[in-house]
Design a protein around this ligand. Sequence first.
Ligand SMILES: C[S@@+](CC[C@H](N)C(=O)[O-])C[C@H]1O[C@@H](n2cnc3c(N)ncnc32)[C@H](O)[C@@H]1O
Length: 301
Amino acid sequence: MNRFDDQADALRRRYAQGDDGISRLILHFVDQVEVICSDGDHLDQYNRRRHELLMQIKVLELAYLNLHSHAEMPSVSLDHYSDLAGMQVLRGVFSPEFATDSYQWANYIARRGLVDGKSVLEMGAGSGVISLFLHRNATPRSICAVDVNRYAVVNLHTNVDQFGIDPSRFEVIESDLFSLVPSKRRFDVVLWAMPWIFSDERFVRQVLEDCDDPCEKVLLRSIIDPSGESVRKFISDARSRLSPHGKVLLISSDFIPNGMIRRHAEEEGYLYRETVFAKNATVVEATGMALDLYHLELTLQ
Ligand SMILES: C[S@@+](CC[C@H](N)C(=O)[O-])C[C@H]1O[C@@H](n2cnc3c(N)ncnc32)[C@H](O)[C@@H]1O
């Protein structure tokens, strides 16, 4: 048996009993890794696809942990990020408890002074880890935290209260992308820790549609954006929401189709720049997920 056969067996054993969509997707992706075969002429392509599938499995395992770790608890207090001690994460919200990439990115943004003196909108703010960190450790003029997930919106309000933040400097809006953000508002920076699985497979869309557990459904939406449709719409719609020379910031990694994002951004008239801000960083201790983390910066010209 090679190394993936062992891993595949372990994954099948762990998720075969799961009656949730996340388990079905993990088993589906495991099958796919076994189906693709190396072809000497296209080795790079094969290796890339295999890496992509293995990382997608790890992202799904992260969502599984997120869904099942605190089944009975209405909330978890995040005390292991010392500068955000006491922050709450409610059930049904993508939790920074399991993955540190958002926290590492927020640190990078603050260190580079990218939001100082700026009006900032965070799309898909979730529990608020990035916005709260920037509020505390940088000097943004204002923050507007947006999410389509109702549980996340409640969670954001909880954390604004918990940290005693003046709500006039930290607004929370429930909205599908920019649809309910007042159209006259302009921001200097809009950012998104976007979903990282861009699969366009029918099976994946079907699992998303069939999911009838509301917590699982929103967690799936936190990690899967079929064909990258939402991120492309976000980039397009941000054009009319940015101040002159405003920026869109995205966190990406080495298994994301950054080329697709670049092409779309350039077609929309942005200047595209990408930087690896953490090399081989362990982002999920539980599954040993280590990645190169990318900061994508799209500047309106
Ligand atoms: C990867 S999670 C990041 C959450 C949080 N920012 C963090 O870093 O922990 C992606 C977030 O995007 C949100 N999201 C997905 N699609 C969205 C949409 N169309 N409009 C607004 N938010 C969306 C999800 O609900 C989720 O909170």
